[in-house]
Design a binder for this molecule. Structure first.
Ligand code: GMT
Length: 405
């Protein structure tokens, strides 16, 4: 099968998901995956090229009369060419805006009967699509896609209600982490007793207002006030609120304990070192980053918004607090770090759930089935993996056999 992928290929959850699906699909010898965009997927950089993955860089004619360069039109035009040249059968658009609309346009231009699969990642619906200026075109992109999936039930519900869509049009396929990327920490290579030593608390995001990143600084500060010892806060990523975060840390007198790591291509070492991961978002369709933390055996303290509550089971595999409630978050985080037994239990459950509640293979199989037109989104709903709770618990115990619960 020949597949074209439209995604924002810079650092970020949707780019990671797009590339990880593509990489798995490319393992089938008869598949060819074509990324089309301004930048190649960041995960491709520095890797041996996969023989079934191709990148087509689009060119843009810069023209003074345009106040803004028409990225979407350039992409649609060049996608139409590639559809014809490479016999593309499926276009997978990550984000309704602009990519599903680009795919629809390219389909019309090329005159070829391609299938359009759109994955909604969140901000296309929660922020951009609901703006008056974008509402109609977002709805059009969704309605005219052959298949639409959202990355969480929360996002599906919000999309259905905001855009007044029939039930069943949108399926749910969650984010996932590839097990081979995360060396599961076991008792042997993780020092569970190390909670008394120096602790790294970690946040990773694009430091935009939607992530409420100043709350990260405030929660950490409050934890120190409440008695957290030997701790520092690390911030991964970059974005518009970085300076404000630094100022807030200065104002609260904790600047020396806060370190900005900037954007990093490989974040695994930071996740492995961290003792607690903080997510403070005002809205979050899924929160791939918390799944990455969990896969690295790092318990998560997160605001209970959007799809985050579908990932975190409060007090079981992580901690949830009311968004913006600094006091509640600080107390929850501190109590966990002071309770070695609860902490150890949570990190094991977190790591287990990261792979078992959101199995990579199931996600890939569902997409493959949608690509081939063999199922409709409503049959591709995420099955509740908790149905087999007792066997999961058994597996969890076996995975960490040498540890007492
Ligand atoms: O806002 C971000 O964190 C970046 C954005 C992206 O384009 O990668 O993330 C969105 O898509 C991810 C992958 O599906 C989700 O895990 C994130 O929750 C989602 N961000 C928001 O909903 C704010």
């Amino acid at each position: 099968m020949n597949v074209a992928i439209l995604a924002f290929n810079r650092l970020g959850g949707s780019g990671i998901v797009a590339y990880d699906i593509a990489r798995e699909m490319a393992e089938h010898k008869d598949n060819a995956i074509h990324f089309i965009g301004l930048e190649q997927p960041f995960r491709m950089a520095g890797q041996k090229p996969h023989k079934n993955i191709f990148f087509h860089k689009i060119s843009m004619k810069l023209y003074d009369v345009f106040q803004f360069q028409p990225y979407s039109l350039a992409l649609a035009s060049q996608l139409a060419e590639i559809i014809k040249k490479e016999n593309i059968e499926v276009v997978h658009a990550h984000y309704a805006i602009p990519h599903s609309v680009v795919a629809i346009l390219a389909k019309q231009i090329s005159g070829k009967p391609i299938r359009i699969i759109t994955t909604l990642h969140g901000t296309d619906i929660t922020l951009v699509g609901q703006h008056k200026s974008m509402y109609e075109i977002t709805r059009y992109g969704i309605i005219k896609s052959d298949v639409v999936v959202a990355v969480s039930h929360a996002l599906r519900q919000e999309t259905e209600s905001v855009f007044d869509l029939e039930k069943g049009k949108i399926g749910v396929i969650p984010n996932f982490v590839s097990p081979d990327k995360y060396e599961q920490r076991s008792k042997n290579n993780f020092d569970f007793d190390n909670l008394e030593g120096e602790k790294l608390l970690l946040h990773a995001s694009n430091l935009r207002s939607v992530k409420a990143p100043l709350d990260v600084i405030r929660i950490f500060h409050r934890m120190l006030e409440l008695g957290l010892k030997n701790a520092r806060l690390g911030i991964l990523g970059n974005g518009p609120l970085r300076q404000d975060m630094a100022k807030e840390a200065e104002k609260l007198g904790i600047a020396k304990k806060v370190e900005f790591f900037g954007e990093q291509l490989d974040v695994s070492a930071y996740f492995l070192e961290a003792k607690l991961f903080l997510l403070t978002s005002k809205t979050e369709s899924f929160g791939l980053v918390i799944l990455e933390a969990m896969a690295s055996c790092t318990p998560v303290l997160a605001s209970a918004v959007g799809g985050v509550v579908e990932v975190i089971d409060h007090n079981v595999n992580g901690l949830l607090f009311k968004q913006g409630d600094i006091e509640e978050a600080a107390r929850l985080g501190l109590n966990l770090l002071l309770d070695k037994h609860a902490y150890n239990h949570m990190l094991k459950q977190a790591s287990f759930d990261a792979f078992h509640k959101f199995p990579a293979k199931q996600v890939i199989d569902r997409y493959y089935c949608l690509y081939k037109g063999k199922c409709v989104p409503k049959d591709c709903f995420c099955k509740d993996s908790k149905t087999n709770e007792s066997s999961m618990q058994e597996e969890l115990k076996n995975a960490f056999k040498s540890t007492t619960f």
